[in-house]
Design a protein around this ligand. Structure first.
Ligand code: PBG
Length: 331
């Protein structure tokens, strides 16, 4: 690999000037690499701060127009919707997930009607925003049961597709759901609705602020280790991805983000499929608080996002997406 040696070879030579550094730059970040998550809340004219996530808000549907306009203006291709379901609409079966007038469904209809196909809409498929116990599926004898949960997820996916969702994103980690969802979408003529599978989702300690935001934190009494992956494992991620590709996933997600760059790289090397990364709420809040407290420079955000690209990610779901896209566009 190395041709030549010091002192005639000096790697600092190409780092001397900005033009030269730009010339040899291997990876780059553009607005096209970003997905922006939006939290939804019931009611009117609401823009509610989330305490655990400084700078992130929950919006009522009538306040979405401005934010979606901003997303489109800044050329972010996709937005992801997450509902903060009122407690009185939660139950242990998560039936609100199948209500066509739930927050997510109303938001999809509103955005599609207003913005057509100028932005992609992605929605989570899982029951945790709707269950009183905070789990992603049905619970029987303290265990999250797989097949019965999948039956509901199929219906949830179909409903979201009917509302106009473009990308169905099962984030529940049940076995076999991607294939069954694909089959049901196709049977109902939704051939073109994409599936982004959270194929590799770890039982992580970095989801705290998100659970706080959607209200599943206070209800969740145990952990999600009997369905989400063990963070000690790497090879298992390849099996998860292989299965989901076979079942029809168009793209796969690795989650959380920065601590799992090795997984992104490994998947990218083994499968030629778009691999997306989720820079999750805990990562966001750590970086954001670090900046707020003057511990780190705000360019840490761009650095973190380019690291995903370097590892091989096609795009990144990030709560920083809108701020960063604005910054990229003003350069
Ligand atoms: C659950 C879901 C979670 C996140 C997205 N979808 C949390 C969980 O598994 O408990 C976390 C996102 C984040 O932390 O930013 N279906």
């Amino acid at each position: 690999m190395i041709t030549g040696k010091y002192p005639s070879l000096r790697l600092r030579r190409t780092r001397k000037y900005s033009w030269s550094r730009r010339l040899i730059q291997e990876n780059n970040l553009s607005c096209n690499d970003l997905i922006y998550p939006i939290f939804l809340v019931d009611g009117k004219n609401k823009k509610q701060p989330i305490k655990s996530m400084p700078g992130v808000y929950k919006y009522s549907i009538d306040r979405l127009e401005m934010i979606v306009n901003n997303i489109i203006k800044n050329k972010i291709p996709v937005l992801a919707l997450f509902p903060s379901t009122p407690d009185n609409k939660k139950n242990k079966f998560g039936t609100e997930a199948l209500n066509e007038d739930n927050l997510v469904c109303r938001a999809i209809r509103f955005i599609k009607k207003k913005f057509k196909n100028n932005v992609g809409i992605m929605t989570d498929v899982a029951l945790d925003p709707y269950t009183t116990h905070g789990h992603d599926g049905l619970v029987k004898n303290s265990y999250v049961i797989n097949d019965e949960t999948v039956d509901i997820l199929i219906k949830q996916s179909l409903l979201q597709a009917q509302m106009g969702c473009d990308v169905i994103a099962p984030s529940d980690m049940m076995d076999g759901r991607v294939g069954k969802i694909r089959k049901s979408l196709d049977k109902n003529n939704y051939h073109d609705v994409q599936i982004l599978s959270y194929a590799v989702k770890y039982a992580s300690n970095f989801y705290g602020p998100f659970r706080d935001a959607v209200g599943s934190k206070k209800s969740l009494k145990s952990d999600k280790k009997n369905y989400q992956m063990d963070f000690s494992n790497s090879n298992e991620s390849l099996r998860e991805v292989a299965l989901d590709i076979k079942e029809g996933a168009d793209m796969v997600m690795v989650k959380p983000g920065l601590p799992y760059l090795d997984i992104i790289q490994k998947i990218k090397e083994n499968f030629k499929i778009p691999v997306l990364a989720y820079q999750v709420s805990g990562e966001y809040s750590l970086i954001k608080n670090g900046i707020k407290n003057n511990l780190i420079n705000e360019d840490a955000v761009i650095e973190s996002l380019i690291c995903f690209k370097r590892a091989g990610a096609t795009a990144v779901v990030s709560y920083f997406a809108l701020d960063i896209a604005k910054k990229l566009n003003s350069n």
